[in-house]
Design a protein around this ligand. Structure first.
Ligand code: DQQ
Length: 535
């Protein structure tokens, strides 16, 4: 019953039970969205890794099919790990996936639909030529994984990236070429490497338009584009933006190179890992998925019978500044919006706390917009390079500043014993204003033994001219927040004991000494998505 499962989500994808991690091979093909994922059919912890498979017509409601790939052959018996799909010549989908073979080595394999005219692509056949790539020469057998979606160059050859660590301490994205998508040879130069980080998992490489929000096909060649390289390490999704030359396969960075800094560009500054994007030709957009793992314990996993969520799919595009990406929940989410509450513009004096009546604090979509009358009254910080997560930890929701903290309390119980606070603070640094966004989970649950880390990010906004907006998707044990219309995202997991179901309230607050203007607040209770087995 509901009460035994207060943490199951209403509109964030999860299987009916068991373990799920990375999204795999997402694609749009013949009118159908496919989502595959690392899945353990046998239990709520990682193991027996298979490719779960679900399909959708709207990225909101899903039919769960039988797993597409299961570890059975000598070349994948240790688990069918992460991989990507590519639609060759616009009509022939293939999957490239990593597996652990009978000797425990990581190899790359290929699978294709048994019947391409089955609209659901239910059955997948492993290619007779598997394994496609084995860890030969200088490649470490335990560090060779996660092939990317292939893109085609002007020479007609397909290219993929694979995460590796060739020389100890040197994270590498290996580059491979193929004329047919089946037979691959390694480039004599790695695509990119770094000595600053741990090994790279799940590389993703794609073009973004520098003239608007439309997504572009991974193989697109033409003007007005930049390229994004994303890699996964240190439990986060780091990316760089640059100019890619498909003639030489050189990638010239226009942003800082990869580092472990909390100010380095990241898709999300909370819990969000092993992401994958795909081009959705139906709506001309690039869509991003990521695994949002649990912050509770393995024994909690057995109690719940499941572990792991997918983020709500996001559209992703290059910001006007061309210095970062912008992300926003796909528009289809609006289908689930039910009762709406709207609050008109008002001043929120220091110390304000306002309940948003009639809106659930555990299953809602919330949009709120603030502005400041006189940002030059903001508190000073003495460096523009402070660590945002550290600032949010130091100055939690109860620490009053001048501008901020102001924002929302979600998953708030009676008397606010439990509360998850998503808020802003504005500072004056030596050279510019700093708008800090925090997701403070420190009081999210009276339970012990669940993670309550606080997360933080800076928003590239100028509070003299820009409004400060927040969108939060609240869904039972997850809050996914978008600051500055998607300039910075923070996803957190929470496990309240009191603030569950109808006991969870929503508030807007200002705990700074200065007044802020709340220009608008729109919140919706959300209906439950249909996520059901097929037949
Ligand atoms: N998860 C997969 C690997 C990948 C890692 C195994 C990232 O292929 O590197 O489940 O979370």
């Amino acid at each position: 019953s509901e009460d035994l499962q207060p943490y199951r989500t209403a509109f964030h994808f999860q299987p009916l039970k068991n373990w799920m991690n990375d999204p795999n091979g997402p694609m749009y093909f013949n009118g159908v969205y496919h989502l595959f994922y690392q899945y353990n059919p046998g239990g709520p912890l990682w193991g027996n890794i298979s490719w779960g498979h679900s399909i959708s017509h709207d990225l909101v409601n899903w039919f769960i099919l039988e797993p597409a790939l299961s570890p059975k052959e000598p070349y994948d018996i240790g688990g069918c790990f992460t991989g990507s799909s590519t639609i060759l010549h616009g009509s022939k989908p293939i999957i490239l996936y990593t597996a652990q073979d009978a000797d425990g080595a990581q190899v790359q394999n290929l699978a294709l639909p048994k019947n391409r005219s089955d609209p659901l692509l239910k059955d997948w056949i492993k290619w007779s030529g598997n394994p496609v790539l084995t860890p030969v020469n200088d490649i470490n057998t335990s560090q060779f994984r996660d092939p990317s979606t292939a893109w085609k160059g002007p020479d007609g050859k397909w290219r993929i990236l694979i995460g590796s660590e060739i020389i100890k301490g040197q994270a590498t994205a290996l580059l491979y070429y193929s004329t047919d998508g089946f037979n691959w040879t390694r480039s004599d130069k790695p695509f990119k490497f770094s000595r600053e980080t741990n090994m790279w998992e799940c590389p993703d490489f794609y073009p973004v338009s520098n003239i608007g929000k439309d997504g572009i096909d991974t193989s697109f060649q033409g003007n007005n584009t930049m390229h994004v390289l994303k890699v996964s390490f240190n439990s986060h999704e780091y990316y760089v933006i640059g100019m890619y030359d498909p003639q030489t396969d050189q990638f010239l960075l226009a942003t800082n190179d990869f580092s472990v800094s909390n100010t380095q560009l990241q898709y999300d500054y909370g819990r969000f890992y092993a992401s994958k994007s795909f081009y959705d030709g139906a709506k001309k957009r690039r869509v991003l998925w990521a695994w949002v793992n649990e912050g509770d314990s393995p024994s909690d996993a057995f109690k719940k019978g499941w572990s792991g969520l997918q983020s709500f799919p996001r559209s992703i595009w290059l910001s006007d500044t061309r210095k970062q990406l912008v992300q926003w929940p796909v528009e289809e989410i609006k289908k689930l919006r039910a009762k709406q509450v709207n609050m008109v513009s008002r001043e929120l004096k220091g110390g304000s706390l306002l309940e948003v009546p009639g809106i659930s604090g555990s299953q809602a979509d919330i949009e709120v917009v603030f502005s400041l009358s006189n940002p030059s009254d903001a508190e000073l910080i003495n460096s523009d390079l402070s660590d945002p997560q550290h600032l949010c930890e130091q100055k939690n929701v109860s620490t009053s500043g001048s501008y901020g903290p102001f924002g929302v309390l979600v998953f708030a119980s009676k008397n606010l014993t439990e509360q998850t606070a998503v808020f802003f603070r504005v500072f004056k640094g030596p050279n510019k204003f700093q708008v800090l966004m925090c997701s403070d989970q420190s009081r999210s649950s009276i339970a012990q033994g669940v993670d309550k880390s606080t997360y933080g990010a800076f928003l590239d906004l100028d509070p003299l001219h820009d409004k400060i907006s927040l969108r939060s998707l609240v869904d039972h044990s997850i809050v996914e927040s978008f600051g500055g219309e998607g300039l910075a995202c923070i996803t957190a997991r929470v496990y309240p004991k009191l603030a569950i179901h109808e006991h969870a309230k929503l508030y807007v607050f200002n705990n700074g000494s200065k007044s802020v203007t709340m220009l608008s607040l729109n919140a919706w209770n959300m209906n439950k998505a249909q996520i059901v087995p097929m037949d």
